[in-house]
Unconditional design. Structure first.
Lengths: 223, 124
């Protein structure tokens, strides 16, 4: 008999985000059972996520029953901005977390009357990096990029663009003032997000907004 | 900077296996990180160094296997690596390509250890 250190290796082969993936799968199953379409919107801070939602809720009031979950590091300013549109809004304050996780969505859903909704829009924390790694159980991911951010934003933050089902170029009323070559931006989106649908709009002027509303399910006859 | 929560999740997995194996310490951890996982290996190392002191993984070696993105062209069948996060087929220019590798983010293997008294070939 002697004293010693026993050493051995264990093959683990487990997904690090497996727990988040489990929560996301549970959310997805629940959304499926409810027949609820869920869209996860990500962008840099200031690309116009909340402005897009403000106009969307106004335009689709009485037509689609929309619920909103909005994530921010601090404050409930966004929920207050969106709160008077007649749609239920739940603010998730992440207290420093740079992204939403699937478990936070499961919790926030308890505050929504999900059976009564046609569409749930999740406004992720303003960040083009971290939200890319966390599946929330959504049906579609939408990435916003404003013309003021420059043509090469998709090339700088490619991971989130690769996962996008739709990319929305926002603030197109400012294209000239921003001095941006929008064709270069379009081409960069196409290269980094080849499968994504490309939409262009201004939430302020309303230009191009019809395309977004039909993406969300407004029938052609309503536009 | 979500590497902190990634390392926390990885350590949860590691310690679960450590307990299941009745081990006392973890001496090495091997991770697999794809180029599209959205995780920076250096930030993982930083978070690992910050989060492990005082845990059974203190001082453990962290090995990160980095996997480049590989795409397969649906049009011409060419498969190749892309380092630039663009998805055009290098052979034919088509954008109808599929990511075959690069999304991985896994705990691959861990080395465990335990002190004790026994005659055994594995002991030293």
């Amino acid at each position: 008999m002697r004293t010693g250190t026993e050493r051995w290796t264990v093959e683990v082969d487990e997904a690090i985000l497996g727990r988040n993936a489990q929560f996301a799968a549970t959310n997805r199953e629940r959304f499926g059972t409810l027949g609820l379409r869920v869209i996860n919107i990500a962008s840099s801070p200031g690309s116009g996520k909340t402005a897009l939602l403000e106009r969307t809720l106004n335009e689709l009031a009485g037509e689609l029953r929309i619920g909103v979950i909005v994530g921010d590091l601090q404050t409930d300013n966004d929920a207050r901005r969106l709160g008077d549109k007649g749609a239920p809004v739940v603010q998730v304050t992440t207290n420093g977390y740079c992204h939403l996780e699937a478990s936070m969505i499961a919790q926030a859903m308890a505050e929504l009357d999900v059976e009564k909704l046609d569409l749930l829009i999740i406004e992720n924390v303003g960040n083009l990096v971290c939200p890319a790694s966390f599946d929330l159980g959504e049906a579609e991911r939408v990435v916003l990029i404003s013309v003021t951010e420059g043509e090469d934003k998709p090339l700088k933050y490619p991971v989130i663009f690769e996962k996008a089902d739709a990319v929305v170029i926002t603030k197109i009323d400012m294209t000239e003032a921003a001095g941006i070559d929008i064709d270069v931006l379009r081409d960069n989106v196409r290269r980094t997000a080849p499968r994504a649908r490309l939409l262009e709009l201004s939430s302020r002027s309303g230009e191009g907004f019809g395309g977004w509303l039909s993406f969300l399910g407004r029938s052609a006859s309503a536009t | 900077m979500h590497e902190g929560s990634i390392v926390e999740s990885a350590l949860e997995i590691v310690f679960r296996h450590m307990e299941a194996e009745s081990a006392e310490r973890v001496s090495a951890i091997g991770l697999r990180v794809g180029a599209l996982a959205g995780v920076v290996p250096e930030a993982l190392r930083f978070a690992f160094a910050a989060l492990t002191p005082g845990t059974p993984a203190e001082g453990a070696t962290l090995t990160i296997e980095f996997l480049p993105t590989r795409i397969l062209c649906a049009k011409c069948g060419h498969e190749g690596e892309r380092a630039d996060f663009q998805y055009e087929c290098e052979a034919c220019g088509s954008l109808e390509t599929e990511v075959r590798q690069g999304r991985e983010l896994d705990v691959m293997c861990i080395d465990l250890c335990r002190e004790g008294e026994r005659e055994d070939a594995n002991w030293n």
